[in-house]
Design a protein around this ligand. Structure first.
Ligand code: PLP
Length: 386
């Protein structure tokens, strides 16, 4: 077809090719995908069942989402993030963080606009930006900083065409967390240089050691120029329920609402009631999940240390991002070897942007015992080749 806009799919294609190969093999331990392996808490599942009984599966909610859920989102943002939004005009519910990020980009980015984004990063943004005709400007982040984002690296890349600064904190795939001091400086830069900020905070609850999560929209002068993305997939182990949300200035939300209406009409009311239970209900599950992820993180770090991997300390989310060459192999070659011979599925960082090619992204989304077995397999495989 002529005139069709193309989206780069190399990263995604590689990931799918590896997943296909893994599916054709026996007994592979999957440490590739980023979807929590834990069960959605029972009270959330129950809320969905109750909603179905009340007829929610027959309902077509408004495109912006159920008012009750938008109110729960506004209350959560005030409680956890010190972000004060009007649930009537400044919140939009989307079908997962994935749809949320797509709607945000289509609403904010015009052809020729430059978007400053950390590298490595979650590359779904790249595809959305390409479709909108925007230009990705990569800002490097460094292992020696545990992949924090240096404000001066952002500043050095600002041009008259710069429109948006994308922040993903904690980060997928690097597990970097932007420090409060850097975040404050980034806010000043956004104000000085008149940038819109997209702040993806989908991993906010999983922040380790002395790292701290701060929401940039809560800083002085930032509410009017920040769009915050979040969702329930990572926080409450709810990937398949497909609920994400956006909070930001009313005109931007209105533009996203129009796009949402055209694209999918609405997000499932059953899922929205489940998300409502997640955000408005008891929060103990988060503390329990946190304990599990942090324990797994320590198991993985100890195992990788034994093998001699070098990596930035994972400060958030549920990934470790070790440097492949630190044990003498290229990332794609190493992942291929670990899958074919070790039966452990890990993605090369190539799938997460330009500088990712030297790294592996290991997700610790499997029970501790399986992680220990995966580490043993990795060690055995490497012993035969290095
Ligand atoms: N943002 C980031 C940084 C992610 O890593 C993901 C998923 O991996 C998403 C957004 C989308 O999440 P979901 O569509 O499951 O809500």
């Amino acid at each position: 077809m002529t005139g069709q806009r193309k989206v780069s799919e190399s990263g995604t294609k590689l990931r799918y090719r590896m997943m296909e190969l893994a599916a054709s093999m026996d007994d592979v331990i999957p440490l590739g995908r980023g979807d929590p392996d834990l069960d959605t808490p029972a009270h959330i599942v129950q809320a969905a069942k109750d909603a179905i009984r009340r007829g929610a599966a027959q309902e077509l909610p408004p495109p912006e989402g159920l008012l009750e859920l938008r109110q729960a989102i506004a209350a959560k943002l005030l409680r956890d993030n010190e972000i004060d939004v009007d649930p009537h005009s400044e919140v939009l519910v989307a079908t997962g963080g994935q749809e949320a990020l797509f709607l945000i980009v289509q609403a904010l980015v015009n052809p020729g606009d430059e978007i400053l984004m950390p590298d490595p990063r979650y590359t779904s943004y790249d595809g959305a930006i390409q479709l909108a005709g925007g230009r990705v400007v990569s800002v490097p982040t460094y292992e020696e900083d545990d992949f924090d984002l240096r404000p001066e690296e952002v500043e050095a890349r600002i041009t008259p065409r710069s429109k948006v600064l994308l922040l993903i904190t904690p980060s997928n795939p690097t597990s970097g967390v932007i420090s409060p001091a850097n975040l404050r400086r980034l806010a000043e830069i956004a104000i000085e240089r008149d940038l819109i900020v997209i702040s993806d905070e989908i991993y906010e609850h999983y922040v380790y050691d002395d790292a701290q999560h701060l929401s940039i929209a809560s800083l002085p002068g930032m509410a009017g120029r920040t769009v915050t993305l979040n969702g329930v997939s990572k926080a409450y182990a709810m990937t398949g329920w497909r609920v994400g949300y956006v909070a930001g200035p009313a005109p931007a939300i209105a533009a996203m609402r129009r796009l949402k209406l055209a694209a999918s009409r609405a997000t499932s009311a059953v899922s929205q009631w489940a998300a409502h239970a997640a955000l408005a209900g008891p929060q103990e599950c988060i503390a329990e999940f946190y304990r599990i992820y942090d324990e797994r993180r320590r198991v993985m770090m100890a195992g990788l240390d034994r093998m001699g991997f070098v990596y930035g300390r994972p400060r958030g989310a549920f990934y470790i991002f070790p440097r492949a060459l630190s044990i003498g192999l290229e990332a794609e070659e190493l992942c291929d070897l670990l899958l074919r011979e070790g039966r452990v599925l890990i993605f090369p960082g190539t799938t997460f942007g330009e500088s990712g090619s030297q790294y592996l992204r290991i997700s610790f989304l499997a029970p501790k015992e399986q992680l220990q077995e995966a580490l043993k397999r990795m060690q055995r495989t490497l012993a035969q080749h290095i």
